[in-house]
Write a new protein. Structure first.
Length: 261
């Protein structure tokens, strides 16, 4: 049964907690939440069985955290601060995709994060303007109320077969409702281009693992290399995986090894 935490602005954040031990919070990416992401639910249980307290939550605007007044990056960082308190006052973060850039922002903001594990955070070129332009374009589409246009815009730079597959899947109607919450994903990625990364991430001293799959799209290894180049405590790891996806057991093993080290 879900548990709930109340964030700084009163938003109710739904989460599941598994296991006991050092705490780790799973920060979902663009289309992820518990009721729509069985892989992460399974991985959370497997990781908990290895001796960790795992919190898997619905980011605001999704699932059982759907009712929220705003969807900024700061809101998402406040939500994480609340969840870290619920976890015992400190926690590692596992950020999946754009959940990785949200996790980086949370650590840079000084939250009591013990370690950072980042799965294929899709960073564009350092100091580029694409992130800010994309964020502005997404906000325009969210404001228009055109749900399909919002999701199509968010996915426009992904392999075209990903969007086609989404539209032809039973999950498309669910994805259409996630548009407002994507604002924080886009804002966090724009933030990673807002200053030199060594400066932007200078406060991140926690052990950091940038993970990519063996078969992935070209942006991902380059992004992981940027994380390693700009966070002295970071290293890169490659695991079996393809098309931005991973198997729950493989990821649980990789995270357990890193978190226990």
């Amino acid at each position: 049964m879900s548990e709930f935490a109340i964030s700084k602005d009163g938003t109710r954040i739904g989460y599941d907690q598994y296991g006991e031990g050092p705490a780790v919070i799973l920060v979902g990416g663009a289309m992820q939440f518990r009721g729509f992401d069985a892989n992460t639910v399974e991985m959370a249980k497997l990781l908990a069985a290895k001796g960790f307290k795992v919190l898997n939550y619905d980011r605001r605007g999704r699932g059982e955290s759907a009712e929220a007044p705003s969807f900024t990056l700061k809101d998402n960082i406040d939500d994480l601060a609340t969840l870290i308190d619920m976890a015992g006052g400190q926690a590692a973060l596992f950020g999946s995709s754009s959940g990785g850039s949200i996790s980086l922002a949370a650590a840079a903001a000084g939250l009591p994060v013990t370690k950072l594990a980042l799965w294929e955070t899709p960073l564009s070129d350092e100091l580029g303007t694409g992130g800010a332009e994309f964020f502005a374009g997404l906000q325009e589409r969210i404001a228009s109320g055109d749900k399909a246009s919002t999701i199509e815009y968010y996915m426009k730079d992904m392999p075209p077969e990903w969007l086609a597959g989404a539209k032809n899947s039973p999950g498309w109607p669910i994805m259409l409702e996630l548009g407002p919450s994507l604002s924080a994903d886009a804002e966090s990625l724009a933030w990673t281009q807002s200053a030199p990364r060594a400066q932007l991430w200078s406060g991140i001293t926690q052990p950091t693992l940038a993970i990519v799959g063996e078969q992935t799209i070209p942006i991902m290894p380059k992004a992981a290399d940027s994380i390693v180049a700009n966070i002295p405590s970071a290293r890169k790891a490659t695991i079996p995986g393809a098309n931005h996806g991973w198997e729950p057991g493989v990821m649980a093993d990789a995270l357990a090894g890193f978190l226990a080290d």
